[in-house]
Design a protein around this ligand. Structure first.
Ligand SMILES: Cc1ncc(COP(=O)(O)O)c(C=O)c1O
Length: 433
């Protein structure tokens, strides 16, 4: 795989400089400063269309894509989801507010959360069409807070813990294994379903999610079987919903195999659901898929400026102006990344460098030991595959201000998130008196 193939689909090299959607990255960095995040609309469109085409080819009943907002959500992304008729998965009232501000209609807002607060549930009842119930206590609280006479009443889906492990790049990105904190066991699901029946709650679907960034869909099959068994036992019929989550993998580094095919992932799920329903005499559900990373990771690029370099033993550290605070994935999971210089991206790679940020943590690293051309202080570096779980997990560590974010579309760049300011940090500080 070539390094440039990790970048958004609209990436080209023009006048020996990296260009995305017709926008020269050096000019953008000069105008908007660094660290800077870029999202390429055409890459998002292609990814969403690939999912939609795969679903319409392989699944004969209605099927829907839910964008996992936790990967990265802002109002511009929320508006974009409307253009593709996507549902939006929101974790709690903050993301619900962003989806609402982006105009996502109630029936397309779906609320997740492993320990939803009362405020999360209130926001869900005010704005969402679906709540995915994580546990029995949550179900009881829902009924305490919102009697069945409340209107409209969001559809309730139950989140199953399949107890089946998928292979991801790190155990912290597994969510469906036996000991996971997420979802309900088979017995708990049956108890929850009985409770819904007794109380007349609108139980409409079953959900599970096994993890993030897996390439082998095989472990999805026993989980699908288990979920369909439960659907049969519970008596799911008619307009019922089934969601085997998201989690499809991407390639972060040219050493990895290319991004696995979305088509084969969707086909595998569709076939298992169709066959599983036939065997059990179940009506085909609306099939919902919930991708985040595989929709948005490749659309995003982080641009940093080099401030210094140090040789320490065999290691060459290139120090840039962002890192842990806008991208904690190396520190959290030892995630791997690649990188190109914005100028002369095709330059001859003369030695390995490691790229670290300015923060007071030795784990403030973006990548290690990557062959690069000589890098001068002041150079710009572009890190691909930066669209998912970076900014959405960013922090104000060391007083860092979150980077500006640009939306690149048809030769234009539009600011979609302001760079945070010191003023904003101080406004949030409640002071001493
Ligand atoms: C419930 C749920 N759905 C969907 C996703 C999206 O996963 P991915 O971004 O790997 O597709 C996640 C991610 O953790 C999740 O927890």
């Amino acid at each position: 795989m070539n390094r440039i193939d990790l970048f958004p689909f609209s990436t080209t090299i023009e006048n020996d400089s990296l260009t995305i959607a017709g926008q020269n990255l050096a000019s953008l960095a000069h105008r908007y400063l660094t660290p800077l995040y870029l999202y390429d609309r055409s890459t998002l469109d292609i990814s969403a269309q690939t999912y939609a085409d795969a679903l319409s080819t392989n699944y004969p009943a209605p099927a829907h894509i839910t964008y996992a907002g936790k990967a990265f959500l802002c109002t511009a992304i929320a508006q974009w989801t409307r253009e593709h008729n996507l549902f939006v998965d929101c974790s709690g009232e903050g993301e619900i507010a962003i989806a609402v501000a982006g105009g996502v209609p109630r029936e397309r807002i779906l609320v997740h959360g492993v320990n939803k607060s009362d405020a999360d549930l209130k926001a869900a009842f005010q704005h969402a069409g679906i709540i995915v119930v994580d546990n029995l206590n949550e179900l009881h609280r829902i009924l305490e807070l919102f009697p069945i006479s409340h209107s409209p009443y969001p559809a309730l889906w139950l989140r199953l813990l399949p107890g089946v492990t998928v292979s991801t790049h790190h155990t912290h990105t597994q969510t469906g294994h036996h000991e996971s904190k997420f979802g309900m066991t088979r017995e708990e699901i049956l108890e929850a379903a009985e409770f819904c029946k007794q109380k007349n709650l609108p139980l409409k679907g079953i959900h599970f999610h096994q993890g993030s960034n897996f390439r082998d869909p095989e472990p999805l099959i026993p989980a699908i079987e288990m979920a369909l068994d439960l659907a049969k036992e519970i008596g799911c019929a008619g307009d019922w919903r089934f969601c085997p989550g998201g989690g499809w993998g991407v390639a972060y580094h040219e050493d990895e195999l290319p991004q696995p095919s979305i088509e084969s992932y969707v086909r595998g799920i569709a076939e298992a659901v169709i066959e599983g329903c036939q065997t059990r005499g179940l009506e085909l559900p609306h099939l919902h898929l919930e991708p985040g990373r595989s929709l948005v990771a490749r659309a995003g690029v982080a641009v940093y400026r080099v401030g210094a370099a140090k040789r320490r033993g065999d290691k060459v550290w290139v120090l840039v102006d962002g890192g842990l605070a806008d991208n904690p994935r190396y520190a959290m999971y030892g995630a791997r990344y690649s990188c190109l210089t914005v100028s002369s991206p095709g330059g001859e790679r003369s030695g390995n460098v490691s790229i670290a940020g300015p923060y007071c943590e030795s784990g403030d690293i973006i990548l290690e030991d990557l062959p690069m051309p000589p890098i001068q202080v002041g150079a710009l570096l572009a890190v691909p595959m930066s669209g998912a779980y970076q900014l959405s997990m960013s922090s104000n560590y060391n007083g860092a201000r979150k980077p500006a974010v640009l939306w690149l579309e048809a030769g234009q760049a539009r600011l979609i998130q302001w760079r945070e300011t010191v003023d904003k940090l101080l406004k949030q500080d409640a002071g001493r008196s």
